[in-house]
Design a protein around this ligand. Structure first.
Ligand SMILES: Cc1cc2nc3c(=O)[nH]c(=O)nc-3n(C[C@H](O)[C@H](O)[C@H](O)COP(=O)(O)OP(=O)(O)OC[C@H]3O[C@@H](n4cnc5c(N)ncnc54)[C@H](O)[C@@H]3O)c2cc1C
Length: 536
């Protein structure tokens, strides 16, 4: 670390969200100290297996996506059945030409292993295992965290604190924040079974199969011939009794037949829907399961936690490096709480369909499933999980409004128009001075980016952008980087359009003309900044 390095950002929790945040901060040369309670890093169980393509893109920025894609199982199709009949297929729209498949299934333990390997080798990440956070004090200049270690208690100082210490977050409690919501009575039995089943690499969801009558089963492929099987079971389910009585073997045999199988991991879960009332208290931010907890149908837990880490990391880095003021941190709460509310709404609807709360909801579910057997229109109401997708920051204070927000489709799974607030589509891209770049999103991550369709007065445009904000701004002419001509149509760009893109790849503004004053205003708005101090 250089002698002028800024004070570190403290990260409570070395789970996947905390380590992703530390590695993203390292891209801005912002040091971090990760305080992990466990004495060693030894994650167990597959937990979050479905990594969504835009979360993979974030992991690509820290060098982890390619090994995960190579190790994992790629899938592009989800099938939903009612008894023996296939009701619907789920596919995933792509507004551009993405580098990653819609989903890759890989055990969370592998994701964490790859992240840790990188963090251990990152000079600006200070990983401290056996450091349990037990106290937090905030003051004008920073944050002091008290930790318990094998050698006693100690204080660690930093500029800010990012709480990634999971569902039972100590930091959340120390900040006096509730975790409002509810838990479900029904349980889910999750088993990773190794067996040579010969099934296709697809997500398969069964309502009311003969082998789990009245309830449902989800089957997912994993690497090395392992299958995630997820049974809905009654609230009084007893795993030890199930094992001892042979009922577990009967359950598995109903799916694998008489083929040999091995149980790799087994656990019974009760799911929760919970949300912290704010994701920011002064210099402390909450991310991942510390901030929100949702049922895993839809794979929205870790995928959204990684997007929290991405959103928090660039904002903390901009503030720590003096490129933006504190107001940028307030936008973390506005954006990521809105994303969590949306995820909770979607997963809540799924759980109402999967686990009806009363006779009325149960009757509705049965009627929908029965009708869907013969009526294709009814199939839209069958909810076996609406799969993870990035949140669009249309209503964010950082986004310059464009068009009619009321016309923006907000239903899960529907293709989003490319307007300010959405994640910029990806596609092949060539930059003369950057041989490392082969696709558009590789230009994002550590600066604001302006993509302009016109090269008329390119220099003037570049100077206007750079003068507008203290943060670094990279300006690219689309006609120079879009050699294959796919990016401009994917962006629906006009002949004289400029886009402001944030470090997390979300479009902050579309400026036609492009009018340099409007572009400067949009850049300032994207970092909630009044501009450089006078005289600079
Ligand atoms: C059965 C199951 C299936 C799931 N499937 C999916 C899926 O397919 N896709 C998906 O996106 N999500 C899924 N999830 C959710 C996903 O596992 C979580 O969202 C994810 O683990 C959250 O990561 P995190 O880093 O926020 O928290 P965690 O993984 O809980 O990590 C928190 C870390 O903080 C440490 N810690 C705790 N307290 C302290 C303290 N006081 N001081 C210091 N360190 C502390 C812990 O030791 C831990 O290392 C699933 C979850 C379950 C249970």
């Amino acid at each position: 670390m250089s002698p002028t390095a800024p004070s570190p950002v403290l990260i409570a929790g070395g789970g996947p969200v905390g380590i992703t945040a530390a590695l993203l901060l390292a891209r801005f040369d912002v040091p971090s100290v990760v305080l992990e309670a466990e004495p060693t890093h030894a994650p167990v169980g597959s937990k979050a297996i479905c990594m969504q393509r835009d979360a993979l893109d974030v992991l690509d920025r820290v060098g982890c996506a390619e090994p995960l894609v190579a190790e994992g199982v790629t899938w592009t199709l989800g099938r939903t059945y009612y008894r023996e009949t296939e009701l619907l297929q789920i596919t995933f729209p792509d507004p551009g030409l993405s580098a990653f498949p819609p989903f890759v299934n890989v055990p969370q333990s592998s994701t964490e292993r790859h992240l840790w390997e990188r963090a251990v080798n990152a000079p600006s990440v200070d990983l401290r295992t056996g450091h349990r956070v037990v106290g937090v004090t905030q003051h004008d200049a920073g944050v002091t965290v008290r930790v318990e270690t094998a050698d006693g208690t100690a204080d660690v100082a930093g500029s800010h604190l990012l709480a990634c210490d999971g569902a039972r977050s100590t930091v959340r409690k120390l900040l006096g924040l509730a975790f409002e919501g509810h838990s479900y009575d029904e349980e889910f039995l999750i088993a990773d079974i190794r067996a040579d089943l010969g099934f296709a690499a697809e997500r398969r969801f069964f309502f009311d199969p003969a082998w789990n009558p009245g309830r449902q089963v989800l089957v997912h492929p994993q690497p090395d011939s392992v299958w995630r099987i997820d049974w809905q079971v009654p609230g009084d389910f007893d795993l030890a009794r199930e094992r001892g009585s042979g009922a577990l073997d009967d359950r598995v045999r109903a799916i694998v037949g008489d083929r040999p199988y091995e149980i790799v991991w087994l656990s019974a879960y009760r799911f929760h829907q919970r949300l912290a009332p704010t994701f920011r208290v002064g210099r402390a931010l909450l991310a991942g399961d510390a901030a929100h907890l949702m049922s895993p149908f839809g794979a929205r837990g870790l995928n959204s936690g990684i997007q929290d880490a991405e959103n928090a990391a660039w904002k903390l880095a901009f503030v720590v490096r003096g490129w933006a003021g504190d107001a940028l941190l307030a936008s973390y709460d506005a954006e990521r709480r809105a994303a969590a509310e949306e995820n909770l709404r979607v997963t809540g609807e799924t759980m109402r369909f999967l686990v009806p709360r009363n006779a009325e909801e149960a009757a509705r579910r049965k009627a929908v499933l029965e009708q869907a057997l013969t009526d294709p229109a009814a199939r839209r109401s069958v909810d076996s999980g609406r799969l993870a997708e990035p949140f669009s920051y249309l209503d964010s204070p950082l986004t310059t409004p464009w068009g009619d927000p009321g016309a923006f489709p907000r239903d899960p799974g529907v293709a989003r128009p490319v307007v300010p607030g959405v994640l910029c589509p990806d596609g092949p891209c060539t930059v003369q001075a950057r041989p490392d770049v082969s696709r558009l999103r590789q230009l994002f991550g550590s600066a604001l980016v302006v993509l302009a369709t016109t090269t008329a007065d390119a220099l003037g445009l570049e100077m206007a952008c750079r003068a507008a904000v203290r943060a670094p701004v990279d300006v690219h002419a689309l006609e120079e980087i879009d050699r294959l001509g796919v990016l401009a149509p994917a962006l629906h760009a006009g002949p004289r359009t400029a886009y402001v893109v944030r470090p997390d790849g979300h479009l902050a503004a579309r400026v036609d003309g492009p009018d340099p004053d409007a572009l400067a205003r949009a850049l300032r708005r994207a970092v909630t900044d009044a501009g450089p101090p006078p005289g600079e």
